[in-house]
Design a protein around this ligand. Structure first.
Ligand code: HEC
Length: 101
């Protein structure tokens, strides 16, 4: 097989191999990370009894989480949760909750 033929063979196979994975990630970005929060904030951010996240914007949730992460404002539970995530992960989680109705 020449170089050119090999490249075409790879290009032909690539879409089939990558599309399902890409779709799974695009479907609900942040959901897997956010599932860690469901126990206390509900699967839609509305309960069962802790502070509601529903109706907040991505920026508001993200700012709250960064505040918790700094350790300056918290009862301890949220600080520990927030510390476990990177900025990018906190943004994904915030965006996911902000998108829940
Ligand atoms: C063990 C229970 C528990 C878990 C799990 C938990 N939280 Fe919390 N969350 C709380 C409590 C309690 C408060 C109120 C804390 C405070 O005011 O210091 C709170 C407050 C918040 C607030 C501030 C809401 C407001 O209106 O001030 C945000 C945002 C938040 N949590 C997001 C999250 C996210 C995102 C996760 C998952 C990474 C998460 N929480 C996981 C118990 C939890």
């Amino acid at each position: 097989m020449g170089k050119r033929t090999a490249a075409m063979a790879i290009l032909a196979v690539l879409p089939l191999a990558t599309v399902p994975v890409a779709q799974a990630q695009v479907a609900q970005p942040g959901r897997l990370l956010a599932s860690n929060c469901f126990q206390c904030h509900g699967t839609n951010g509305k309960g069962p009894g802790f502070d509601s996240l529903a109706g907040k914007s991505t920026d508001e949730i993200y700012k709250d989480l960064k505040q918790f992460q700094s350790g300056k404002e918290s009862n301890g539970i949220m600080a520990r949760h927030a510390m476990a995530y990177t900025d990018e992960q906190l943004r994904l989680i915030s965006a996911w909750f902000a998108a829940q109705k």
